[in-house]
Design a protein around this ligand. Structure first.
Ligand SMILES: Cc1ncc(COP(=O)(O)O)c(C=O)c1O
Length: 414
């Protein structure tokens, strides 16, 4: 039987779609190694948004004139693209929000306040981004539920062997975890956590902010109950993200934000809620941003998620090799096989902000900080790390430039 070769990504060709790379910084081309923070935008996304403003802009769902109908069709078209992107069963289960953080807060508030109480357990992990940690901690405190954290091993991988011990005999109601760690790039064994959550009668909330831009995410195959994504990390605009939720759970929930658009009927005696997804989309939606997100979905689909994942996998293996011989470097996280395109590290005795500043002069852009993961930093025994992160437009020579700049940093601070 013929074997179909894996699709290969042509990074220089992809890169030509991103106008940001046409400029230089300090006389050098930009090595943008900060895509886990936010991704750059292809011309196709920028054009889709400009065209929408130039030809189709009006508020949606509120008027019957042709322009408003066109705008509504554009918004709902984007929703359908997003539905297909994560293989959700229905477009009404896709809720447009500002970002992944808002999606996770929606679940914590709107589901948590009505379903959690004393004796219940909310389980997160030591790897979580604050967006999937702090809302749960806060709502657990508000409702009297217990908030627990599954620890990591020394490679930054989840200690699944400690699940029973961590949960104990309490009533597990929520397991909330990311698919991919934004700090270490760890790819979590999510299917096993979904199975564990459901065996114990809990809901499974997935933070896919670092997964959906880089690999195929299929909510039906994952079997989770909620999944949150940010548009700006997947080549879409800032100001839009989405939450997918299982229809029957969303229907049973109270709304999160209240006001215009999300109602069915309002009177002084009381208010009833609109249908999904409107019940969770109070006020005017991010319209051009939704169109831009739809264009980003088209773009990533055209390049191919499998090709993007394979490209980043090669890059991360190469980066781990190239960085290993920088004097005084400590690399954090799992081996390349179980890691997405993210590398966190420290240089002995040099603060990440100093590293980042010297690299910046070489036009190498990385992030230094706690990456919104202070519990993880506490586990690593550091206040901050440097983080280089890769995407579909990243070239191996940018990793060479990172390694060369780091050698320079070590010399500067020797
Ligand atoms: C894993 C993870 N979850 C959630 C977020 C929050 O994303 P946003 O700031 O777009 O809401 C981020 C952003 O870095 C992230 O990396």
């Amino acid at each position: 039987m013929a074997v179909t070769p894996k699709p290969k990504l042509d990074a220089p060709k992809v890169r030509a779609d991103f106008p940001i790379f046409e400029q230089t910084f300090h006389g050098k081309p930009l090595a943008y190694l900060d895509s886990a923070n936010s991704a750059q935008k292809p011309q196709q996304v920028i054009d889709a948004m400009s065209t929408f403003y130039e030809t189709s802009y009006a508020n949606v769902h509120r008027a019957v004139y042709e322009l408003a109908e066109r705008a509504t069709a554009a918004l709902e078209g984007a929703r359908e693209k997003v539905r297909a992107f994560v293989n959700a069963p229905a477009a009404r289960e896709i809720i447009f929000l500002r970002n992944a953080t808002e999606g996770l807060n929606l679940v914590a508030y709107a589901w948590g306040l009505s379903n959690l109480g004393p004796g219940d357990i909310v389980l997160v992990t030591e790897l979580e981004h604050h967006s999937n940690f702090v809302p749960w901690q806060f709502i657990a405190r508000r409702t009297g539920a217990e908030f627990r954290m599954l620890p990591l091993d020394d490679h930054g991988e989840l200690r699944l062997d400690l699940l029973d011990e961590t949960v104990g005999d309490g009533r597990l109601k929520v397991v909330a975890t990311g698919l991919v760690s934004n700090s270490l790039g760890t790819v979590n064994p999510i299917e096993r956590l979904v199975a564990y959550a459901h065996e114990r009668g809990a809901i499974m909330v997935c933070d896919a902010a670092q997964a959906a831009p880089h690999r195929t995410v299929d909510v039906q195959a994952l079997g989770c109950d909620f999944l949150a994504v940010s548009g700006h990390k997947m080549c879409g605009p800032s100001g839009i993200g989405f939450l997918w939720g299982r229809g029957e759970i969303l229907e049973a929930m109270d709304p999160f934000l209240l006001g215009g658009h999300m109602i069915r009927r309002v009177s002084v005696d009381g208010t009833t809620w609109g249908e999904l997804p409107h019940k969770f989309e109070a006020g005017t939606s991010p319209l051009a941003e939704a169109v831009g997100l739809g264009a980003a979905v088209d773009y990533l689909t055209e390049v191919g998620l499998d090709a993007i994942e394979a490209h980043e996998h090669e890059l991360v293996g190469y980066a781990l090799e190239r960085l290993a011989d920088v004097p005084g470097i400590e690399l954090y996280g799992p081996p390349a096989e179980r890691r997405a395109g993210i590398v966190s590290f420290n240089l002995e005795g040099i603060h990440p902000h100093d590293v980042g500043q010297v690299l910046g002069l070489d036009a190498v852009a990385i992030r230094g900080g706690h990456h919104c993961c202070q519990p993880l930093m506490q586990k690593l025994g550091v206040v901050a790390t440097n983080r280089a992160s890769f995407y579909l437009y990243t070239l191996p020579e940018e990793i060479d430039r990172l390694a060369e700049s780091l050698h320079k940093v070590v010399k500067v601070f020797a």
